[in-house]
Design a protein around this ligand. Structure first.
Ligand SMILES: [Zn+2]
Length: 248
């Protein structure tokens, strides 16, 4: 599938792209952390029951993400954005900052951000790269003294700014989904919205997603293999268009 500067590209990325930088994302993977199911450390109920355990989990993830590096897929997406400007929009299910560090700017973290925290009462997120790994270290709000929690959308919570996401999806001419299992809603439903609007849809990943039949095209391979190729195709398509315009 080709797309060019005249298109509006909506990109959704998931666990697969972070996994290629060595990050386990846990969400929806059925994976265990220190013998705990993810549901035991990533829900409002877990936070109520054991904030120390929750903060140990997210502190560990902060350490892992700090050590990880953006990969070729992150960088290729940033390069496509550079060409397309505000006709490009990236919505990620990932909470790490690898897209930002890969150069992406027009970016929305629908499941929150690992390097932000927020007071349970004041609710305003703030940048936070600290580790809280003991009961004594649990953070409290400087303004009101209430507990500070990770700025993460837990199981059972509503993703951030769905209105903004749907607005972008409404304007897009191409939906590109990368490395997500197609099982976590509402993100798994974006392709159905795209189909209702009749726009082009493409999936990139090493395995077929659960909603594979909904896509116009499936490019089978890892994100680091396929996304840089997509950038190459985009660039050559772009330069052919420019040449054609000049020749004409
Ligand atoms: Zn507060």
């Amino acid at each position: 599938m080709r797309f060019g500067k005249q298109d509006r590209l909506f990109v959704l990325t998931g666990a697969g792209i972070s996994a290629e930088s060595g990050l386990a994302t846990f969400r929806g993977s059925g994976g265990l952390w220190n013998g705990h199911r993810v549901e035991e450390v990533a829900t409002p109920e877990a936070w109520e029951a054991n904030p120390e355990l929750v903060w140990r989990f997210y502190s560990m993830r902060r350490r892992d993400a700090t050590d990880a590096q953006p990969n070729a897929a992150h960088r290729a997406l940033a390069a496509i954005e550079e060409q397309m400007g505000d006709r490009f929009y990236l919505c990620t299910q990932n909470v790490d900052d690898l897209h930002e560090r890969g150069g992406s700017r027009r970016l929305h973290h629908m499941h929150g951000e690992l390097f932000q925290s927020r007071c349970v009462s004041c609710e305003r997120p703030f940048s936070d790269r600290k580790f809280y790994e003991s009961a004594a270290a649990l953070p409290a709000c400087e303004t009101c003294g209430e507990p500070v929690r990770p700025h993460i959308v837990w199981f059972g919570e509503i993703p951030l700014d769905m209105e903004g996401i749907y607005r972008q999806l409404d304007r897009a001419t191409v939906l590109l989904v990368i490395g997500t299992s197609g099982s976590v809603y509402p993100a798994a439903g974006f392709v159905h919205i795209a189909n209702q609007r009749g726009i082009r849809t493409m999936y990139i990943g090493p395995e077929e997603p659960q909603n594979a039949e909904a896509f116009d095209e499936i490019l089978s391979g890892t994100a680091t293999e396929i996304v840089p190729q997509l950038l190459y195709t985009f660039r050559s398509f772009q330069s052919r268009c420019q040449n054609a315009a000049r020749d004409y």
